[in-house]
Every structure is written in structure tokens, then in C-alpha cells.
Ligand binder design. Structure first.
Ligand code: SF4
Length: 376
């Protein structure tokens, strides 16, 4: 390793003065930073680490608090209904994380509820836990010397060595570097300091290099253009797809929703039925076809309710949503877990993907619930 031994003490000294010392799951039951070797609650750290996998700390904080109030212990999460788990998670996105957390809690309780794993393999065997999350839990909860490599750490280390390759192509080397730099005497503090450095100093667009404890050994800073690192992959055009969606109402003023299968990004959530527009197809035809194929119903497609764009990391979608009047056919869950007719006011009782919140708001604004009529 081309670095001298001063990196760890420099980072830890910086952290003592400038680190984030108010993260609730990193504090002892007395509300202070734990002593070296003192154990923290692994359950609350696990929940936080899974929430943080795709989401920033400031966004996670209120969700974590709400979650811990509703499911304060491993056993309460394991015993919860999955729909309730998804409702408490609602708004954080990437719902598969909530389902896996729930499944992991059930696995741990089935195994032995007094047992918390202290080895990497046992944590990796739980659903939704990768090496960085496992390392972070083990070092945070038990002060054990396991390295981490989350997005912030990848950026800091890639800059430290001014890697000419994007992080995804040098993952092994970055893991090795994270492991070699780790202070085995104070792994919890070191890993937290590394994460804090990435979050507050070595930020993506404007790193504060003069304030950085590693500036004298950082190759990216020495290059004069630290923002050029990490080197990025060549951008690729995201695929674009139009989705025709039917908000189907029956004569009783109820609206039809279906629950997605459990696979994929939005698995288990509820939605308004619809599907992809075929090339050259009118959107009204798409909606009729999809509702026939997926629910075995005939509808009359009415006016457009709303159109909205939503970008995922791997694709861009445009939802074109029309009000529809149900005509014939008992709805069947041919491509979903179940279908239901519900009163529009009951929609908030079901977990929906974030993009659907605007559809629901548009529907409620359009309808006149007190009269039980619709605008189709
Ligand atoms: S010197 Fe600058 S680029 Fe290098 S690690 Fe510190 S903040 Fe990041």
C-alpha cells in the first residue's frame, strides 16, 4: 500500500472534531457515542443500514424513527403482516428492501431469537444483505473489524488513488484498500469516519479538499482536479416506454386495483392496472388490451386523467392514465396476486409505488366522493 500509517489517526482525529455524532442508531442507550468494544442494538442498525442502501441519511431518519416505533424489536417485525410492513416503508422506494428485511427477521426468529450473528457469512445469508451492509452492521453493532464499501466510500477511495478506472471495474482493489486502511483497534469509529468524510467533505460535486484530513496523500487532489474522480462509465441512453393505465370505476363508484406479484422492484405493491404500449398502438387500445389480457374485463376508455413521467435508474416511463368505465367480466388476477374493488377514499390503506400518489390525488380531485358519482 503506497500510504503511510498516518491516514487512520488523521481520519479519526478529524472525525472527533467534525464527524456526525448524532445518528440515533449509532448511539448507546444513554444517547452518547459508545465506548470502544461496547455493543449497540444490531436490530436498529440493521434496519437503518437497509434503509440507507438507496437513500440518504436525512431522508432515512424520519422513516427509521417511524419504523422503530411500529416495530421496536426483531420479534415485532417478524410477526407483522407484510402489507403493514410495506405501508410503514411507503415513500422510501425500492420496496424489495422492506420485504427482505421482513423475511430476514422471520428467519432470525425461527433460528433463535436470542442469537445475533457475529460473522460475515451469517449476515450475507440473510436476504438483501451484501458485503458492505454486513460489514457496516458488524462494525457498528459489535465494533468488529469488517471493512465497508458503500457509494461514499467508493468515491473517497477512488479519489485517494486517482483510479483511472470507474469504481465498478476495480471493486476488488477497493475492497482490499478499505480493508488495509481499516483501523482494527477502532473499526466502528474508523468506518463511521470514512462514511462521514464521504458524506460531508469528499462530496460528489464539490469536495472540500483543504479541510480533508487525507489531502496530503490524496492523488486526486494532487492532480488538481479531484472532481474528475471517480472516473465515470460512458453514459448510456435509458430505454423509454409508455405505459397505458386504466383507473376503472364500476357503477358503485368503486375503483379497481391489483396487487403486483412479489418479484421485482415494486413487487407486492398495489397499482392501477395497465401495461406497455405497443409500437403504433393508440393508448386507448393499449389500455383495453392490457385490461383484457391481465384482468379479463371489458372497459370503456374515457378521458385522460393524468400523464406523468417517472425515471428509474434503468429506464424512463411515461404513464398515460385514463378513467375507464367497467362494462363486463369479473376481474381476474391473471398477472397479479389479487384484484379488488375499493372506495376511492380507501386507496390510502394500500401501499402504492410513489408514482401512483399523483394518480390517486388526480382521481380524488376529479371525483365527488360525497355524491358517489364519477366523471367518466
Ligand atoms: S483530498 Fe479531496 S478528493 Fe481527496 S479524499 Fe479528501 S476531499 Fe476527497
Amino acid at each position: 500500500m503506497p500510504f503511510d500509517q498516518s491516514l487512520s489517526p488523521a481520519l479519526l482525529n478529524w472525525w472527533q472534531a467534525h464527524g456526525r455524532h448524532d445518528i440515533p442508531w449509532k448511539l448507546s442507550s444513554q444517547g452518547v457515542l459508545p465506548e470502544s468494544g461496547e455493543e449497540l442494538n444490531p436490530y436498529s442498525i440493521w434496519v437503518a443500514e437497509v434503509m440507507l442502501q438507496q437513500t440518504q441519511l436525512q431522508v432515512v431518519l424520519p422513516y427509521w424513527q417511524r419504523w422503530m416505533e411500529r416495530f421496536p424489536m426483531l420479534q415485532s417485525l417478524a410477526a407483522a403482516d407484510e402489507q403493514e410492513v410495506l405501508l410503514v416503508w411507503q415513500g422510501l422506494g425500492y420496496y424489495s428492501r422492506a420485504r427482505r428485511l421482513h423475511q430476514g427477521a422471520q428467519q432470525l426468529v425461527e433460528r433463535d431469537d436470542s442469537f445475533w450473528p457475529r460473522d460475515l457469512e451469517s449476515w450475507l445469508a440473510l436476504p438483501g444483505i451484501g458485503p458492505s451492509t454486513a460489514g457496516s452492521i458488524l462494525s457498528s453493532a459489535f465494533d468488529l473489524p469488517f471493512p465497508i464499501l458503500d457509494g461514499n466510500v467508493k468515491r473517497v477511495l477512488s479519489r485517494l488513488i486517482a483510479s483511472p478506472q470507474p469504481p465498478a471495474r476495480i471493486t476488488k482493489a477497493l475492497w482490499q484498500l478499505s480493508s488495509e486502511l481499516l483501523d482494527s483497534e477502532q473499526p466502528r469509529s474508523f468506518n463511521q469516519a470514512l462514511m462521514d468524510l464521504g458524506a460531508t467533505v469528499c462530496t460528489p460535486k464539490s469536495p472540500s479538499c483543504p479541510q480533508c484530513p487525507w489531502s496530503d496523500q490524496c492523488a486526486a487532489y494532487a492532480s488538481g482536479d479531484p472532481v474528475a474522480y471517480p472516473v465515470k462509465e460512458a453514459p448510456r441512453e435509458l430505454p423509454f416506454q409508455v405505459i397505458g393505465v386504466g383507473v376503472v370505476l364500476n357503477d358503485a363508484g368503486e375503483v379497481l386495483i391489483d396487487q403486483r406479484l412479489n418479484e421485482g422492484l415494486l413487487g407486492g405493491l398495489w397499482e392501477f392496472p395497465g401495461g406497455k404500449q405497443e409500437p403504433g398502438e393508440a393508448i386507448e387500445v393499449t389500455i383495453c388490451r392490457e385490461l383484457q389480457e391481465e384482468l379479463a374485463i371489458e372497459v370503456q376508455v374515457g378521458e385522460e386523467l393524468i400523464s406523468l413521467d417517472h425515471a428509474y435508474s434503468h429506464k424512463r416511463l411515461r404513464f398515460v392514465v385514463h378513467l375507464c368505465q367497467w362494462r363486463t367480466g369479473e376481474p381476474q388476477p391473471l398477472a397479479s396476486q389479487q384484484v379488488r374493488w375499493v372506495k376511492p377514499q380507501q386507496l390510502s390503506d394500500f401501499p402504492f409505488p410513489a408514482a401512483n400518489a399523483r394518480i390517486i390525488a388526480a382521481l380524488l380531485a376529479r371525483l365527488h366522493p360525497e355524491e358517489g358519482t364519477d366523471a367518466a
